[in-house]
Design a protein around this ligand. Structure first.
Ligand SMILES: Nc1ncnc2c1ncn2[C@@H]1O[C@H](COP(=O)(O)OP(=O)(O)OP(=O)(O)O)[C@@H](O)[C@H]1O
Ligand SMILES: Cc1cn([C@H]2C[C@H](O)[C@@H](COP(=O)(O)O)O2)c(=O)[nH]c1=O
Length: 217
């Protein structure tokens, strides 16, 4: 019998260490016989990847930025996310709507209520019920002090439009994540990202085992 799909998102400020663990989580699910789709936001479809390039590189006002990430999300949901979940796969997404609340809402100071309305418009799936709004089943929130994340990134790569923001911006982004986590405590698993990679992985594995999605930590 087909298993239900599972939607897992990874979140956190730039440089918190998400990317280092996404592939490992996919490998753990595949080892237990699950088909896995790995994807990211903004992006994940040809159209959404074009919008990603604009959002990461071109100057724009916060409303334009919010509309572009939600436009990319709509295409991503329709082309990739809903079909993968309907096939019963594990869908692992590097960022989703919590990033919009954290970066555009927290970081840029854009109106939280407008973002909430866009979330309802863009993520509704009428085929699954009149009130059904797609969101992850679990969100692994990598929580790390902005100064530590900046130190890690400094030696890693050339910064994009977000990564080059000052620590104060990332403090607001982190507050945005904390606010979203407080609004959906069952969905969020807070990962202490300040510890070494093995200890971070143990926290991820524990969160998956607690939800009965993986058999062992
Ligand atoms: N637990 C850790 N301890 C020390 N350094 C780490 C740890 N995890 C990742 N790093 C390093 O920190 C840097 C940023 O990690 P990574 O690219 O995984 O972060 P990220 O959250 O995916 O960032 P972004 O969202 O900007 O893509 C990399 O150089 C990585 O090797
Ligand atoms: C989904 C989403 C992302 N962002 C920002 C956050 C990051 O700085 C970049 C994506 O880069 P990454 O290396 O792939 O993490 O985009 C955003 O501002 N709003 C969003 O909704």
């Amino acid at each position: 019998m087909k298993q239900p799909g599972i939607f897992i998102s990874f979140e956190g400020i730039d440089g918190a260490g998400k990317s280092s663990h996404i592939e490992a989580l996919a490998t753990a699910f595949r080892a237990q016989g699950r088909a896995v789709t790995l994807t990211r936001e903004p992006g994940g479809t040809p159209l959404a990847e074009k919008l990603r390039a604009l959002v990461l590189n071109d100057a724009m006002d916060p409303l334009t930025e919010a509309l572009l990430v939600f436009a990319a999300r709509r295409d991503h949901l329709q082309q990739v996310i809903e079909p993968a979940l309907a096939r019963g796969e594990v869908l692992i997404c590097d960022r989703f709507t919590d990033a919009t609340f954290a970066y555009q809402g927290g970081g840029r100071g854009f109106d939280w209520g407008v973002l909430s309305n866009l979330e309802l418009w863009v993520q509704s799936v009428p085929a699954l019920g009149a009130d059904f709004i797609r969101n992850p089943d679990a969100t692994l929130w990598f929580d790390l002090a902005p100064e530590v994340a900046a130190e890690r990134l400094a030696s890693a790569r050339v910064p994009d439009r977000f990564e080059s923001q000052p620590a104060e911006f990332f403090r607001r982004v982190a507050e945005g994540y904390a606010k979203r986590a407080a609004q959906a405590p069952q969905r969020f698993a807070r990962i202490d990202a300040a510890v070494d990679r093995d200890a971070v992985w143990q926290q991820i594995a524990t969160a998956m085992v607690q939800r009965h999605w993986l058999e062992q930590a």
